[in-house]
Write a protein that binds this ligand. Structure first.
Ligand SMILES: C[S@@+](CC[C@H](N)C(=O)[O-])C[C@H]1O[C@@H](n2cnc3c(N)ncnc32)[C@H](O)[C@@H]1O
Length: 514
């Protein structure tokens, strides 16, 4: 393959196609590759509101026009190297990539599917819009990538997400007409990311548009079966090729007369879709003609161009299913009664009972109900939270799940919900994600660390800290001994265990500051 060397190396066949399509605009497009790439952060409103973050922000912030919680930070700053990043106060995200979740128009209580979700940029953005109410089913076909997805959801303190590692077809069988919002951030040829990620340009092949467009068409068709009437799908790619963009939308509209395209506003940096480029698809790929009516509608799609806006190349389209959505009244979808018992047993009694039951017959393990009761007791004694959803035991761990167990039956589930902890030797050991999703008043003991004396970083490095009892803030008559929620300036970081002036560090080894 031949290349043109700019600040990045660009494939010549790609540039020839862009010259043909863009005409007079081509030179401006090409010179955008010599501009620096933009770094964006998005404030996590599950943890802090935008104004409060602006007041404490360690970086200069410039608003991103299409995302009210998104900001550009200056080149050279390292937003991933700050205790506030470890507190999940913001997500580092390419600015254009913030557009699709905004167009999805998510509200608390919605049932949302993020089908191609790893590493979680859109999922964390959607979760912030849900504000803990409703359900987010987040999925990726790559098992490896779901690990980063789960970790990001945990870092950002998401309480109502299920993480799956499935094919669209298998999810569709379990969730027919279940969702009212779906985002498909489709696998694509990635042409819009060449400036940000040189590997994308290096690996690009001329036939990728054909390969990916077949995949995208199948995904969109399958996903439509999971959307309820009145629901909305946002389809997005980070590529320029019309085969993967307007052509996918025109074909979909042709085959689904119960859907309409909702035109995107073009006042926030979005350029219109390019119906005129569909003839290029027909000519070069020999594909059938698009109906004039459906083709014309694709002008309502949105394109983000690197020579028009401060961000990389993106495409998005909003599709709505005609009809009215009926979500029901529950904040969560799970139907089971999950109330915490009024008078839980003391842990010591539970421990005796569990040990006793093993002694009686030599083999009996505590059953699920007994283990969940230990979690109930911990929550009752140590936390000040109204837990929503269904508590479930899964792979030896306890979760609060926003959907009923039956829904997930047979699906490759990475996380059935919010991981709250596990039972070890008859006692509840709180999980790290329980801490990251708590606000400072929600645990009975809190320790506030600050940036100034370096204690927050020492905690994040896994060090044991000497802390006098007077610094442990305790609710009511609770003693300082026990699990303590550690915060930086009041924003949760993780657990510590305090005893006699020593804070044992419970920050997980894999998350540590290096
Ligand atoms: C553009 S990336 C997603 C980025 C993500 N939405 C974000 O904002 O962080 C596309 C993802 O689609 C996944 N993928 C590819 N084919 C898929 C399929 N058939 N079903 C679900 N996910 C798929 C890939 O593993 C990849 O992680």
């Amino acid at each position: 393959m031949e290349w043109l060397t700019m600040a990045v190396q660009l494939p010549i066949t790609f540039l020839q196609r862009m010259r043909e399509l863009l005409g007079d605009e081509y030179e401006a497009f090409l010179s955008s590759y010599d501009n620096p790439r933009y770094i964006g952060i998005r404030v996590n409103t599950l943890k802090i509101d935008v104004e409060s973050f602006r007041a404490i922000s360690p970086f200069n912030l410039r608003p991103i026009p299409w995302c009210p919680t998104g900001f550009y930070v200056e080149e050279g700053v390292k937003p991933g190297k700050h205790p506030y990043y470890h507190a999940g106060l913001y997500y580092i995200q390419e600015p254009s990539a913030m557009a699709p979740a905004e167009a999805l128009d998510v509200n608390p209580g919605d049932r949302v599917l993020d089908l191609c979700a790893a590493p979680g940029g859109k999922s964390t953005q959607i979760a912030a819009k849900l504000q803990g109410q409703g359900v987010l089913v987040t999925n990726d076909i790559s098992g490896d990538r779901t690990k980063a997805l789960a970790k990001n959801l945990e870092l950002y303190g998401v309480r109502n997400a299920v993480v799956l590692n499935e094919t669209p077809e298998r999810i569709a069988k379990s969730f027919p007409h279940f969702f009212n919002k779906i985002v498909i951030d489709a696998p694509c040829s990635g042409e819009g990311m060449f400036r940000k990620d040189e590997d994308m340009a290096r690996l690009w092949e001329n036939d990728w548009t054909t390969k990916y467009s077949e995949m995208q068409r199948d995904i969109l068709k399958t996903v439509a079966t999971m959307l309820m009437q009145g629901g909305r799908i946002v389809y997005s790619t980070c590529t320029f090729a019309p085969e993967e963009n307007e052509a996918i939308i025109a074909d979909f509209l042709e085959e689904h007369d119960d859907f309409e395209l909702i035109p995107l506003p073009h006042n926030t940096g979005f350029s219109p879709g390019r119906p005129d480029w569909l003839s290029h698809v027909t000519e070069t790929k020999g594909e059938r003609d698009f109906s004039a009516d459906k083709a014309a509608q694709t002008i309502g799609c949105g394109r983000l161009w690197p020579h028009h806006i401060d961000g990389e190349g993106h495409f998005l389209a909003v599709l709505e299913r005609i009809g009215e959505a009926h979500l029901g009244d529950e904040l969560y979808v799970a139907e089971s009664n999950n109330s915490i018992p009024a008078k839980p047993e003391r842990p010591s009694k539970q421990k005796d009972r569990l040990r006793g039951s093993r002694r009686d017959n030599g083999v009996k393990e505590p059953d699920e109900r007994e283990l969940l009761a230990i979690w109930d007791h911990f929550a009752q004694e140590q936390l000040r939270v109204d837990f929503l959803g269904e508590k479930v035991l899964f792979g030896g761990h306890i979760y609060q799940s926003p959907v009923s167990k039956e829904r997930l039956q047979g699906l490759k589930t990475v996380r059935p919900g919010w991981y709250v902890g596990t039972i070890k030797n008859g006692r509840f050991a709180p999980g790290h994600p329980l801490a990251t999703a708590l606000r400072s008043g929600e645990a009975v003991r809190t320790l506030r660390l600050t940036l100034e004396n370096g204690e927050a970083v020492r905690y994040l490095k896994g060090e044991t800290l000497e802390i006098p009892a007077s610094r442990i803030y305790c609710h009511e008559n609770v003693a300082p001994k026990g699990y303590v929620l550690i915060t930086v300036d009041g924003y949760s970081l993780g657990w510590g265990k305090w005893l006699d002036g020593i804070l044992k560090n419970e920050y997980p080894a894999g998350w540590r500051w290096t």
